[in-house]
Design a protein around this ligand. Structure first.
Ligand SMILES: [Zn+2]
Length: 203
């Protein structure tokens, strides 16, 4: 039996984290719609730290975008999360990095909030250090490659309440940021929050 355990609200243009036990489920919800949620997961095998890798996931699943029932894999090739439900019309991106200071500097927006800094702040708050900043899974992002090979980020078409349900395949730290892009259609021109619902398995 899956029972509701807790809820975390991530404010617009910020990030947060939650520890999940193997078998826990988390529903990532876009309450107001069109809001991209950057997601990463970090796991430990003994003293060895491991993290969700979009490139390993593309390689192992031989897909550009996640598919229902398939897993997101770690840097070391271990399954970390399974996509159990997809209640969103968006493809979810596994090609783009987190938005970052350089992106906003190039747009003439210095010192703009960004997912990379928010990810690092959430990691620091959780007292976790990673050797790199992994590229996230950009849930609810619409950025499928064009026929001529171009990568263009369109406005998210996620409706209010659109969500995905993920199952933890390891004990892990889940980090999510509500994407900060407000100068481009990515988030519908307006940054809103993301809600996480943690659901635990009870026999
Ligand atoms: Zn972002």
């Amino acid at each position: 039996m899956i029972v509701f355990q807790s809820k975390i609200d991530i404010d617009p243009q910020s990030g947060g984290s939650v520890r999940l036990n193997k078998g826990d489920h988390v529903r990532v919800i876009d309450p107001e719609g069109q809001q991209v949620a950057d997601l990463c997961a970090i796991a430990w095998t003994g003293a060895t730290i491991d993290w969700l890798s979009t490139s390993q996931t593309r390689d192992i699943t031989e897909r550009l975008f996640p598919r229902l029932g398939e897993c997101f894999y770690s840097e070391r090739g271990h399954p970390l999360l399974t996509l159990v439900e997809d209640n969103s019309p968006c493809p979810h991106d596994m090609l783009f990095p987190a938005c970052n200071r350089g992106l906003y500097d190039r747009a003439g927006l210095p010192d703009h909030p960004n997912c990379r800094d928010n990810f690092l702040a959430a990691l620091q708050a959780a007292k976790v250090a990673l050797p790199i900043v992994p590229d996230p899974v950009n849930l609810f992002q619409c950025s499928e490659p064009q026929s001529d090979g171009r990568l263009e980020v369109a406005a998210s078409i996620n409706p209010a309440g659109g969500n995905v349900l993920l199952r933890a395949e390891e004990d892990l730290l889940l980090v999510v940021t509500a994407c900060s892009v407000d100068h481009h259609p990515t988030n519908g021109g307006r940054c809103t929050g993301i809600t996480l619902e943690i659901l635990s398995l009870h026999p």
